[in-house]
Design a protein around this ligand. Structure first.
Ligand code: MTE
Ligand code: MO
Length: 403
């Protein structure tokens, strides 16, 4: 059993697959802290957690435009300044459960509910500083000058391997890595402590604003290339197919039709989730006249959350919520989520029913708008996709008020 040495997890992390472990925090806990406590941060593993002795750890940087280097953890800490960045990570497959019904099946695990999203402060050297040390002219490249050797991507490979010896991997565009405002780092700290094993101990890639899948944990190799990562997690798993492309088994039937029309996920769309009241809850609401709604909102690509509207009648009426973001982030670097809250007056007929001793069920929802004025779609169906990625239609929470 390759999973025998996996770490013990917090009971508030609900497992949706066990081997490999994928766990999401109870969603009502997401709004409790702005920085998700490490033990509550969602975990998405594709393989067993590698058991790495720091003495043996090394990060290899190689490929086009760089001189090959090996770094120990000590090197990463001592040769480069530590850069800190607060960013939200979201799995590109978050809310897969919501995209799966009798008419729209998704044959890929895990079926997250909604909680594959968390926020932490990460610390480590900037990727651009490490590439510069290895001889790359990152400053010229960041200014848009022609790159040598047709360099286009930075590939990452992890220490985690499958039964056949293949390791996890993914890549990001080189422009993101060399951008002085891109905040990409090799993180060895998470919320001020060494990375927990589940989150990539001792070092992971952080590429703020990009899908979780590209932020390789247990980072072992960095390969500068003219090509994207050829790993299945880059080429197959996290792609956005058109709604009419449906396939069950990607290995047997690969490639599915019109692969060129299924872009590989990098930056993700605007998202918001109602966290409180909890899904399917029963609230004691004797003589209540109002209800407080709380949640989290985030957009990929560093785009700011400009507004979040909330509804308690399933989306007929909307009211703008108060936004909360206790840290400062600048234009197109809004890597971290925004919390929202709003106390809404219960409609008169709801109050009347409660006064008569009757239960009332509310359909609570939220919709966020980002700095591009992009918004969340109302329904899932037009956006259904076979891999179940970038799912961001209005999330509905049912809660019953009990007089
Ligand atoms: N890196 C490695 N080496 N192995 C993995 O399985 N999973 C990826 C990414 N990095 C993964 C990985 C995916 S799909 C996501 S969503 C994020 O890690 C999750 O990061 P977290 O577990 O720290 O929340
Ligand atoms: Mo993911």
């Amino acid at each position: 059993d390759m999973f025998e040495t996996d770490p013990i997890r917090d009971p508030n992390l609900l497992g949706c697959t066990i081997k490999p472990w994928c766990g999401e925090p109870r969603i009502e806990l997401l709004t409790r802290d702005y920085f998700t406590p490490n033990e509550l941060f969602y975990v998405r593993n594709h393989l067993a957690v590698p058991d790495i002795d720091v003495e043996d750890y090394c990060l290899i940087v190689k490929g086009k435009g760089v001189k090959k280097h090996k770094f120990t953890l000590k090197d990463l800490k001592e040769k480069f300044p530590k850069h800190e960045v607060v960013t939200t990570l979201q799995c590109a497959g978050n809310r897969r459960e919501d995209m799966h019904d009798d008419n729209h099946k998704i044959y890929i695990a895990p079926h997250w509910v909604v909680g594959a999203m968390s926020t932490a402060k990460w610390g480590g050297p900037k990727i651009r500083d490490v590439l510069k040390y290895c001889g790359m002219d990152v400053d010229a490249m960041a200014l848009g000058e022609k790159t040598p050797d047709n360099i286009k991507h930075v590939q990452f490979e992890g220490y985690d391997i499958d039964e056949t010896g293949l390791c996890y991997g993914g890549s990001i565009p080189i422009d993101k890595a060399v951008d002085g405002l891109g905040d990409c780092i090799f993180a060895y700290e998470m919320n001020g402590t060494p990375l927990p094993r589940d989150h990539g101990y001792p070092v992971r890639a952080i590429a703020p604003g990009h899908a979780g899948a590209r932020q390789c944990k247990w980072l072992h190799k960095v390969i500068v290339s003219d090509k994207e990562s050829q790993k299945s997690w880059q080429q197959k798993s996290y792609r956005g197919f058109a709604p009419d492309i449906n396939f069950e088994d990607d290995l047997a039937n690969w490639p599915p039709p019109r692969l060129d029309q299924a872009p590989i996920v990098q930056e993700m769309p605007v998202q918001s989730l109602v966290c409180n009241p909890p899904q399917n809850s029963l609230l004691g609401m004797k003589n209540a006249t109002d209800i407080e709604v709380k949640g989290v909102a985030w957009s990929g690509g560093g785009r700011k959350i400009e507004r979040v509207d909330v509804s308690i009648d399933g989306g007929k009426n909307w009211t703008a919520a108060e936004l909360y973001k206790p840290i400062e982030q600048r234009r197109n670097r809004h890597w971290a989520w925004t919390h929202f809250s709003k106390t809404l007056q219960l409609p008169e007929e709801v109050q009347k029913k409660l006064a008569k001793g009757q239960q009332v069920t509310l359909d609570i929802s939220s919709k966020a708008m980002n700095s591009d004025f992009n918004v969340q779609p109302e329904r899932m169906e037009p956006y259904w996709n076979a891999r179940g990625v970038c799912i961001n239609h209005w999330y509905h929470v049912k809660t019953t008020l009990d007089p």
